[in-house]
Design a protein around this ligand. Sequence first.
Ligand code: PAF
Length: 279
Amino acid sequence: MEIANTKISLRQLLEPHRSKGCRIAFVPTMGALHEGHLALVNQAKQLADIVVCSIFVNPTQFNDPKDLEKYPRPIEHDISLLQSAHCDLLFHPAVDEMYGLAERWHLDLGHLEQVLEGLHRPGHFQGVTQILKKLFDAVRPDVACFGQKDFQQYKVVEHMVDKLKLPLTLALCPTVREPGGLAMSSRNVRLTPEGRKQAQQLYRTLQQTQADLHRKSMDALRTDAIRVLEGSPGIQVEYFEVYQAESFKAADETSRNGQLVALAAIWVDGVRLIDNLLL
Ligand code: PAF
């Protein structure tokens, strides 16, 4: 695997592939890689000739400076994982390679920025779109792969690609789960063994919501899930909602027959976890 730390070296390394007409797939990450990221690399390999992965802990998408500081950065381990997944190229820039001084960015994200993750993490999606626009410009991929765990992020990126008419397609890859059902996340390493077990209740509740879809009102689906989660040891619920997957608006009785998605954010052991399930 080749490694580029600058946009210029990235361009030089990609040029021979581009001039041969190779398709390029891109997997953007913030590192602390796990099976979920490796599944994205795998999917990317099926979609293109060359796979580029980026590792960049993007400061503009953290609304809590402590969260940014605590974010794990096991770069040597990440490199060996990417090598074993046969990733072709790693882009691993420093912050000043990606950002100038006092840069400004604002993209109209409509209601996507006012609900769920957008509401609870103000500015987060501005930071995500800001860095992804820079990364897409640097890598110029044919296709970029994102995990379903961050479903709202996927909707935001879809919105940006459409709004800015970016010349790439997006692929949404299924969430990879630990044996007890907990969605893989770089934050899981901060859970205690007890917390990790407690957090498994989230996936069970999402599955129960799926099973209850045609038995309960939309309101009951939501309130029952919140009641079960709040009654589970160690869990505090930030939100649990059922949304329409396409429009990303709250589901009501009239949208019951379309594709719905249940989405949640909870806290366990002081760690914020998100997950979702297409119903
Ligand atoms: O999902 C992530 O890891 C990040 O939000 C992303 C897409 C790499 C942008 O920094």
